[in-house]
Design a protein. Structure first.
Length: 51
């Protein structure tokens, strides 16, 4: 039974991080539509942070 709770917590964390990533992607796309340069800078920032 302890494994079930650990699985549930990890699942919640995965869903939360996924939703945050989706929100980030939409934010980047909105920035690209508004001003291309700042959108590309934000994409570069996220890409460098991921590495």
């Amino acid at each position: 039974m302890p494994n079930l709770s650990i699985l549930l917590v990890s699942l919640m964390v995965a869903i939360l991080s996924f939703s945050l990533r989706v929100t980030e992607i939409f934010y980047v796309f909105a920035n690209v539509k508004n001003t291309k340069n700042s959108g590309e800078a934000l994409v570069d920032l996220r890409y460098n942070k991921a590495q």
